[in-house]
Ligand binder design. Structure first.
Ligand code: PPS
Ligand code: ADP
Length: 337
C-alpha cells in the first residue's frame, strides 16, 4: 500500500434490518424495514435522508413525517393514514432513532401519496407536524401480565371503552363529560373523565395550540384513553380535537366498536354567544391567534357514532345529552359484563 495515501476509514458494517415493530399490513410488507442507523440508509450517521432524491423527498417532509409510521405512512392495518408524503412512486422507510431535530427519521422511498388518499389529506393548507411515536429504542419488548382486560371487565361488570367528545370551545364538552360521568357513577359504573383543559395543566402543559401541538395533545390523550379502556373503564375524553386525522388516529388505537365519537354539533354562533371564558371575544379582537372556529379550522366528523345538535338555536339540556350516550352504551353492551 502507498504510505503517502491516507488510510481509508473502515467501511461501516451494514446491520441487518429488523422487522417493523408494528403489525404488518400490505403496506408494511411493501414499505419495509426499520433500520436504526443503518449505514446503507444513513451513511452520514446523522439521520440524513440518504436515499431520497431531493425533489421527491424534501428533507423537511421526511424529518417531520411525524406520527407513528404505523398510522401515518399507511402502515396501520385498519385505517391507513398518510400525511404530506412525497410524490407517488416513492417509497417509505423508517431509518432510525435519530433525525436532524431529534425525531425519528422516515426514509421516503414509498409508493403512495396524499393524492391517492384525499380523505387523509389533513387540514387544508396546513402542513401538520406531529411527534413520532416510533419507539426511540429497538430493544424493547412487550410484557404480558396474567390478569387481562377480560378479567378486569368481569370484576367491574362493564366493558372498557372510550367516549370521545369533540366540538367547538363552548359547545358543552366538559358539561356533557361531567354529567355523563355522574350518571354512570350513579349506575355503579366506573368512568373517568379526561378533559382537554384539565390535562393541559399537567400531562400536556408543554403544548400550545399550533397544529402540531394539538396533534400531540390528541395523540397523548388517545394513548391514555386506550389505557383506561384497557383497565375496563368507560373513559370519557372531552377535547376540541379539531382535526379529523388526529381523531381517526385515536380511533385506530382501539377496536372499532369501543371508540365512540360524540360530536357536539353546536353552531359557532351559539358557542360564541355562550363564551364562558371570554376567549371568543379575545380571539375576535385578535388577542388570541389560532382560535378554533375563528382563525383555526374545526373539521366536523364524517362518521361519528353519536351527534348531538341544537334545535332552532337551542341545545338539549345536559341530562338529555348524557342520556343519549348512556342509551348507546347500554345498547352496545358496555354497561354489562
Ligand atoms: N387557540 C385556542 N383554540 C382553542 N381553544 C383554546 C385556544 N387557546 C386556549 N384555548 C382553551 O383550551 C381549551 C381546549 O383545549 P383542548 O386540549 O381541548 O384543545 S385541542 O383539542 O388540542 O384543540 C379550550 O377549552 P374548551 O372551551 O373547554 O374547549 C379553551 O379554553
Ligand atoms: N346542554 C347545555 N345547555 C345549556 N347550556 C349548556 C349546555 N352545555 C353546556 N352549557 C353551558 O355552555 C357553556 C360552555 O360549556 P362547556 O361544557 O364549558 O363547553 P366546552 O367544554 O365545550 O368548552 C357553559 O357555560 C355551560 O354551562
Amino acid at each position: 500500500m502507498d504510505a503517502r495515501l491516507p488510510a481509508r476509514p473502515p467501511r461501516p458494517r451494514a446491520r441487518a434490518p429488523v422487522r417493523l415493530p408494528f403489525a404488518a399490513s400490505t403496506a408494511t410488507r411493501r414499505a419495509g424495514w426499520w433500520c436504526p442507523r443503518d449505514p446503507r440508509v444513513d451513511p452520514s450517521g446523522r439521520g440524513a435522508c440518504a436515499f431520497a432524491s431531493p425533489g421527491r423527498c424534501p428533507r423537511l417532509a421526511v424529518a417531520h413525517l411525524n406520527r407513528s409510521p404505523a398510522s401515518n405512512l399507511g402502515l396501520h392495518p385498519r385505517r391507513p393514514l398518510l400525511p404530506r408524503l412525497p410524490a407517488a412512486g416513492t417509497r417509505t422507510r423508517v431509518t432510525g432513532d435519530e433525525s436532524c431535530d431529534g425525531r425519528p427519521l422516515v426514509e421516503c422511498t414509498g409508493d403512495r401519496s396524499v393524492e391517492e388518499q384525499p380523505e387523509h389529506a389533513g387540514v387544508e393548507g396546513k402542513a401538520l407536524k406531529m411527534s413520532s411515536t416510533v419507539p426511540k429504542s429497538s430493544n424493547i419488548f412487550w410484557h404480558d401480565c396474567p390478569v387481562g382486560k377480560t378479567d378486569r371487565q368481569k370484576l367491574l361488570k362493564q366493558k372498557g371503552c372510550v367516549v370521545w367528545i369533540t366540538g367547538l370551545s363552548g359547545s358543552g364538552k366538559s358539561t356533557l363529560a361531567c354529567t355523563l360521568g355522574r350518571e354512570l357513577h350513579t349506575r355503579g359504573k366506573l368512568a373517568y373523565v379526561l378533559d382537554g383543559d384539565n390535562l393541559r395543566h399537567g400531562l400536556n402543559k408543554d403544548l400550545g395550540f399550533k397544529a402540531e401541538d394539538r396533534a400531540e395533545n390528541i395523540r397523548r390523550v388517545g394513548e391514555v384513553a386506550k389505557l383506561f379502556a384497557d383497565a375496563g373503564l368507560v373513559c370519557i375524553a372531552s377535547l376540541i380535537s379539531p382535526y379529523r386525522r388526529d381523531r381517526e388516529s385515536c380511533r385506530a388505537l382501539l377496536s372499532d366498536s369501543s371508540f365512540i365519537e360524540v360530536f357536539l354539533n353546536m353552531s359557532l354562533e351559539l358557542c360564541e354567544a355562550r363564551d364562558p371564558k371570554g376567549l371568543y371575544k379575545l380571539a375576535r379582537a385578535g388577542k388570541i391567534k389560532g382560535f378554533t372556529g375563528i382563525d383555526d379550522p374545526y373539521e366536523a366528523p364524517l362518521n361519528c357514532e353519536i351527534e348531538i345538535k341544537e334545535v332552532d338555536g337551542v341545545c338539549p339540556p345536559p341530562a338529555e345529552m348524557a342520556g343519549q350516550v348512556v342509551t348507546y352504551l347500554e345498547e352496545k353492551g358496555f354497561l354489562h359484563e
